[in-house]
Each structure stands twice: as C-alpha cells, then as structure tokens.
Design a protein. Structure first.
Length: 321
C-alpha cells in the first residue's frame, strides 16, 4: 500500500513567487484551484508573511479580543475551532503576554490521506484540497501534519524543493529513504531533518508491525536552493533546543509532568503543538493535536495538567527579499 504526494499551482505568477510556491509544494498533496485574488494571496504570503495572511488573521483576532476587553479577553472564532487570547487575560493567568495567542483545536484540522491505503492525515495549515488564504503559514511554518500509517502503508517516492522538513515520531518506527542513498529508521524521541534545498526525492513508510504516528513540520527556508542535506538526532534530551538556522527557527521539546511548569521561549513567533497529554497555557487547556500560535510572547509558561509531550517552534520572521 502506498500514497503519493503531488502538489501543483495552476496559475501564472511572477517569477519571484512562482518558483518558491510551486517547488515547495511539489511534494505534497495540494492542488490549488482558486481565483486570481486567491493566487495573489499565496504569492504574497510566500514572499512576506508579516504583510499577508499571518498578520491579517492575528490582527483581526486581536482586534476582536480587544473590543471585548470589558467582558474578559477570550474570544472564540465561530465554527473555526480557534480561540484568541490576548494581553490582560494571559497576564491574569500568570504570564506577561503582549501579543496574541491563537488556539487551533485538533478537530479543526483539515483531513487528508488515503484511509483505504492505511494513511490518515490531519493538517494544521492549508494543504491538499483544503485551501484557506487565512491559514497559509505562521512565521516560517507552512505545514504541521499529523500522520498515521498502518503497518505496510506509506508515501511512495515523491519530490520536495525549497523546504525544511522536520519529523517527530510519537509511536512506532518510520522508514525513510531518499535520492541521496540514505535509508534510516526514525523512532520515538528522534528528530529527523531533511533540507530539500534545490531538490530531493524520498519515501516514507511504516515497515513495522504496529501503527506509526508522527508529526511532520515543513518550514520555509530563508534562502531557497543549495544542496540537500539530512540529519537525525537520536533521543533528543528534554529542553534541549534543536537549531534550524536555515529557517531562522529553534525546535524545543518539553515533557512536563503533571503540575510541572515549563517556560516557553520569548519570540516573534512561537508555535506550540501538543503531542500527548494535556497542558495549560495562559489559562487555556490544550490536548493532543491542539496547537497555539503565539506572537510577541514574553514570560509565558505551560503547565502539565497531566504528563505531557509538547513541541515548540521559536521563530523569527521568514522574509528575506
């Protein structure tokens, strides 16, 4: 059993926008069909995330929250599975957040994959047939996919370009093979990075006897092109950051016990994904598959409601023109 990822963009765009978008998504399951204005949004977000979807979404979310300040600063997006938490509410919960916390629930993820082939996928950002111009990226992060592969299932050989791909296995064992001749097995606790650069092809499979669950995160590089590279860090220690300078990002892995507090990094963009357990962040509980997108955070802490595992991306802006 196998699934094939195939991305394309069906529109004419200027050269500065066309190559990053088409190449970056050449290895996924997205096919964008939309108006000229939708394509412009894609191109704009690729070149300048601060001036496009991320800023518009966060600013609108923050504005709605501030308008409701007198009645408490928690505003829920109707039917979107997202909550916005800002300023005073977060400080009352024991932090000094000056920006916006945008909570995205697991049940708001876009479904994908091929269940008949043993592949189940859940996407945090626009992906596959699910196009949302307001949810193209956050900082450098352009995909955060939860993947579940049955024994023997996997993604057949497919290409990627201009993408930093980081994989975190939660359960089972992932077999990775790529066009550079590498073959590795990625286990729970390992961090795998594939820099697609100017182009690479790879295969991802579950060759084990038990189900495989992993989180795969795609980040936009600061500078496209170059030579593909690969790295795997076995059993990364808790609270040891993994640097991804190609995208101006750091990955932090935290495993708080019940009642234990752990600090989030201060940064322009911080993305928090709950792998397992329940944590409380600025007074809001996050469960497996939930995520929080925090802009301009300072002094924010997560508390384990239960024993938990969380992934946190600390990011600068990904714009370099």
């Amino acid at each position: 059993m196998s699934g094939r990822r195939n991305h394309s963009v069906n529109a004419a765009m200027p050269a500065w926008a066309t190559r990053p978008i088409q190449d970056r998504f050449s290895g996924g399951m997205a096919r964008y069909h939309g108006s000229v204005s939708s394509i412009r949004v894609i191109a704009c977000a690729a070149s300048d995330p601060d001036d496009c979807s991320s800023r518009f979404r966060v600013a609108a979310c923050g504005w709605a929250g501030r308008a409701a300040e007198a009645g408490g600063l928690l505003a829920s997006g109707s039917g979107t599975g997202q909550d916005c938490l800002i300023g005073r509410e977060a400080r009352a919960a024991g932090s000094t957040v000056d920006g916006v916390m945008d909570v995205r629930r697991a049940d708001a993820r876009y479904p994908g994959g091929d269940p008949a082939a043993g592949i189940e996928s859940w996407h945090a950002f626009s992906f596959g047939p699910h196009y949302d111009p307001d949810n193209l990226r956050f900082g450098a992060l352009i995909a955060c996919n939860e993947e579940r592969l049955a024994p023997g299932a996997g993604f057949g050989e497919h290409p990627h370009r201009h993408t930093e791909i980081v994989t975190w296995v939660a359960e089972g064992e992932l077999t990775h093979r790529d066009s550079t001749g590498r073959e590795t097995r990625v286990r729970a606790g390992d961090v795998q990075r594939l820099s697609a650069a100017a182009g690479v092809r790879h295969v991802e499979r579950n060759d084990g006897p038990v189900p495989l669950v992993f989180v795969q995160m795609w980040l936009a590089p600061l500078d496209p092109g170059g030579e593909p590279s690969y790295e795997i860090v076995r059993g990364i220690a808790d609270s040891t950051p993994y640097a991804l300078p190609e995208a101006g990002a750091l990955l932090h892995v935290r495993r708080p016990a019940a009642g234990e507090r752990t600090a989030l990094p201060d940064g322009a963009y911080v993305y928090v994904h709950v792998v397992r357990g329940t944590v409380r962040l600025a007074g809001t509980e996050l469960r497996p598959g939930d995520a929080a997108r925090v802009t301009g955070a300072e002094g924010l802490e997560a508390e384990g409601v239960t024993e938990a595992e969380i992934l946190m991306w600390e990011m600068t802006t990904a714009d370099r023109r």
